[in-house]
Ligand binder design. Structure first.
Ligand SMILES: C[S@@+](CC[C@H](N)C(=O)[O-])C[C@H]1O[C@@H](n2cnc3c(N)ncnc32)[C@H](O)[C@@H]1O
Length: 224
């Protein structure tokens, strides 16, 4: 198979990628960075864009389809439009946007996309985004915390994909039109267990360490 030049070797919509990468830093709900601190985490938007552009052919590599510079520019702009939507945080689970990106990857890899390996995966951003784009993803790291975070991101959720939760509080809602697609069921179980982890130690410690009373003038409300 002859090598075809990839989009990343020619041009990518850097302004859009940079803007969305910067925006992502302020997202505090649902972002993997809230799972556990990882110091050198790369923005997901940048990872998503780089993986996509590394796999999709640049139009100049397809002269029979895009014979002129103008035709190549027009096709490149079409691919950029896909990337502009792909890098938005709000589109992380947008099926239409992801399907469009996956279709381009399949087209450029003759329906046989390569697996991705990040041997220094840290917080798992690159394997996570590879998986989102439909690739078989692998990661490794010498730091066990990094390995645990990455397992929680890319190894455990697929095992429970589409399955309903098993905790007793949520089981009553099974079959009541509830949507358990993706990792929703797993997330419900994690929330249930986390609530238990938060309340049990508090009530256990209340019996052995009674709250002390401070004189009114010196008591300061402790922020929660
Ligand atoms: C810059 S971080 C990777 C960040 C990651 N791409 C992310 O978005 O979270 C580099 C990682 O390489 C790991 N590392 C360094 N030397 C290594 C080695 N010899 N084998 C495996 N991992 C290594 C570090 O533990 C660190 O997690």
């Amino acid at each position: 198979m002859t090598y075809r030049k990839k989009l990343i070797e020619v041009a990518i919509p850097l302004d859009d990628i940079n803007r969305e990468s910067a925006r992502e830093k302020s997202i505090r709900h649902g972002h993997p960075s809230t799972l556990h601190l990882w110091w050198a985490r790369r923005p997901l938007a940048a990872c998503r864009a780089v993986i996509f552009a590394s796999l999709v052919d640049d139009p100049s590599a397809l002269p029979e389809q895009f014979p002129t510079p103008e035709a190549q520019d027009a096709e490149r702009e079409r691919l950029f439009d896909i990337m502009r939507e792909l890098v938005k945080w709000d589109n992380s689970n947008n099926k239409t946007v992801l399907d469009a990106a996956r279709a381009e990857i399949m087209r450029s890899t003759d329906n046989n996309p390569p697996p991705l390996l990040d041997p220094f995966c840290g917080g798992g951003s690159i394997p996570l985004e590879a998986q989102r784009l439909g690739l078989e993803a692998h990661g490794s790291d010498l730091n066990p915390v990094a390995v645990l975070i990455t397992k929680a991101l890319i190894e455990i959720p697929p095992k429970f994909a589409g399955k309903p939760p098993v905790n007793p509080a949520s089981r009553g809602r099974i079959g009541a039109g509830q949507d358990w697609s993706g990792a929703r069921g797993l997330a419900e179980d994690v929330r249930y267990s986390a609530r238990g982890c938060a309340t049990r130690p508090r009530s256990a410690s209340a019996t052995c360490t009674p709250r002390s009373r401070c004189p009114g003038s010196t008591a300061v409300a402790r922020p929660r």
